[in-house]
Design a binder for this molecule. Sequence first.
Ligand code: ZN
Ligand code: ZN
Length: 93
Amino acid sequence: MGNSLNKDSKMECKNHGLQKPAFICQHLQYGEGLGFIEATENSDPEYPFKEAWCRQCDKVLIEQGEWNDISESHAKIMVICEGCYFEIKKHNS
Ligand SMILES: [Zn+2]
Ligand SMILES: [Zn+2]
């Protein structure tokens, strides 16, 4: 992301209007039934964003044991709006 994302950040989605940003791996956006693993530890009140990745990314993450260069380059986490997030969740879970 690099830019100043804070807990009140919003983004403009062409389908859903002004929404909170959410994060998914590169595979989920146009995927079907890829699995939908959601980040569970959402303890940081300054970073209340949803994040999810597919089954394949989860496998790499478990092999690596953490988010590192290998697991992150496999996932290539991208930003979408929360409305899109829930639609993508329906397609993949
Ligand atoms: Zn993935
Ligand atoms: Zn959207």
